[in-house]
Design a protein around this ligand. Structure first.
Ligand code: SF4
Ligand code: SF4
Length: 136
């Protein structure tokens, strides 16, 4: 069992429950909605997907094939390692515990798979080492 965070983008024709139905009934993947946004031309969902790694991969490929674009959140989060000064500010603000301190080296580690795209580390980082894509 694993957990991955994805953003799902809907067009105006598939803005319904079809994504949740496909994830649960066909692939045994449990979606938890972290964020939802709808506008006139469609919308997006930020989801935590729980299930077997292969099932999550197959399910997201299925959604892509029917016009519901899926993107791993981790692909949108970047840290410039050379800018990081290991100050630890991001550790204290991240609600998803994506940052941690390596006690053997005192380096701050990032596990981008845990990110829920709140943006707090971006605004907190004193050296602007962390960025989130604007289109997320
Ligand atoms: S806040 Fe920025 S500089 Fe400080 S540890 Fe985190 S990424 Fe590195
Ligand atoms: S954007 Fe939010 S959830 Fe993602 S790593 Fe930064 S603080 Fe953590």
């Amino acid at each position: 069992m694993t957990e991955r965070k994805y953003k799902l983008r809907f067009g105006d024709k598939n803005l319904d429950d079809s994504a949740s139905y496909i994830l649960v009934s066909k692939y045994n993947v449990t979606p938890i909605i972290l964020q939802a946004r709808v506008d006139g031309g469609g919308g997006h969902l930020l989801l935590s997907l729980r299930g077997e790694e292969k099932n999550i991969k197959d399910a997201t490929e299925h959604l892509n094939s029917i016009g519901i674009r899926t993107e791993p959140v981790e692909d949108h989060l970047k840290r410039e390692e050379e800018l990081c000064i290991d100050c630890g500010s991001c550790i204290s603000v991240c609600p998803a515990e994506a940052f941690s301190l390596d006690l053997s080296t005192w380096d701050v580690r990032l596990d981008a798979k845990k990110c829920i795209a709140c943006g707090l580390c971006v605004t907190t980082c004193p050296t602007h080492a962390v960025t989130l894509s604007k289109d997320l």
